[in-house]
Design a protein around this ligand. Structure first.
Ligand code: DAH
Length: 349
């Protein structure tokens, strides 16, 4: 064997011993990668050694090349098996260190529910639907004409004091103060057909917000027009509603009142569901709670809707939706409805 050849094969075996020892010492995948760069990388030890083969005399090169390839293969195989060991270690470490405690309570998926207002509205639609009333919607931004004048409330009439009004920057355009303007829209739409509708929706009043009053609230308006409608129909309809909504033992009492759009007009009081009429804080010790306004549609309003008051008659009523819900669920402050407090809202499902 020639001298150089001996030197070369010694170099190979030294490299092999060193590389394998270092490989054995690797304990993480990061170590292993450093090892790979150092020994098998483009500028690693093995490449350097291979390059030096070029300086050997021509006849010695094949043998040296062959030995180098054997070494390369050996190191690559050693690398692959070390990689497997370290990967398995790594996985085992991850599993033990980052173990999930599946018995910890999770985050419950919260399920939405209908707002109390929506629920109450739907309940009321259901009751009136069974009496033949259909739901009609009407706009929230109204003209002075529909909100007042066509309902027999002329400009400057003192009756306007009944409704503190939100005016807009457009002259003669208001946020409706009640759902009653829907009566005119409905009459004009269906005239000369008979009508039996309820008109639900928001109404707005420029008022101090208190436990009993919001500046925005829901109204439910009712309107029935026909050739033979009487006050008895009004009473029968409303008593039926009160009993379906609040219990079969409920009584209503009609108290004469004034509304410009009905004649005669009456407010309906229901015997107090809290004390059963004996007297309590809710009914202010009278045994009765006011639940709605009503009356026979005023002849002028009928005419404004297109109906001949000599031939047609009708009744109308209007109630505050939240007030109905408050009585039913014994809620003592209207401000809970729209302050988005889930502790309140979640109670109604
Ligand atoms: N619109 C009245 C209000 O907001 C309620 C009302 C009373 C409506 C009598 C009616 C009615 O249809 O006939 O106070």
């Amino acid at each position: 064997m020639l001298k150089k050849e001996i030197a070369m094969s010694e170099q190979f075996s030294a490299l092999r011993e060193q590389a394998l020892a270092k490989l054995k010492a690797t304990s993480t995948l990061t170590d292993l990668e450093q090892w790979r760069v150092a020994y098998l990388g483009k500028k690693g030890q093995l490449s350097l050694t291979l390059r030096s083969i070029g300086q050997l005399p021509k006849d010695e090169r094949p043998q040296a090349g062959q030995a180098a390839n054997v070494l390369k293969k050996l190191l690559e195989e050693a690398y692959a098996s070390r990689q497997e060991v370290l990967k398995a270690d790594d996985l085992a470490r991850t599993i033990s260190q980052e173990a999930l405690d599946v018995t910890l309570p999770g985050h419950p998926a919260t399920q939405g529910r209908l707002h109390l207002t929506t629920r109450t509205l739907r309940e009321i639609y259901g009751i009136f639907a069974q009496m033949g009333f259909q739901v009609v919607r009407s706009r929230e931004v109204e003209s002075d004409l529909y909100n007042f004048q066509l309902l027999n409330i002329p400009p400057h009439h003192p009756a306007r004091d009944m409704w503190s009004t939100f005016h807009t920057t457009r002259e003669g355009v208001v946020l409706r103060t009640h759902t009653s303007p829907g009566q005119i829209h409905t009459m004009r739409r269906f005239c000369p057909e008979p009508i039996r509708v309820i008109l639900p929706g928001r109404a707005y009043r420029f008022e101090q917000v208190t436990a009993r009053a919001e500046f925005m609230f829901y109204n439910i308006e009712g309107l029935a027009i026909g050739r033979h409608i009487t006050l008895a129909d009004l009473k029968g309809t409303l008593v039926n509603f009160a009993r379906r909504m609040f219990g079969p033992e409920r009584e209503l009492r009609f108290r004469a009142n004034y509304f410009p759009f009905t004649e005669p007009s009456a407010e309906a009081d229901m015997d107090c569901i809290i004390c059963g009429g004996k007297g309590c804080r809710i009914c202010k010790y009278t045994g009765w709670v006011e639940i709605l306004g009503s009356g026979m549609v005023h002849p002028k309003v009928l005419a404004n809707g297109g109906y001949d008051p000599e031939v047609f008659s009708g009744f109308a009523f209007g109630m505050g939706l939240e007030r109905i819900a408050m009585l039913k669920h014994r809620i003592d402050d209207i401000r809970y409805f729209y302050s988005n407090d889930l502790r309140f809202l979640n109670q109604f499902s």
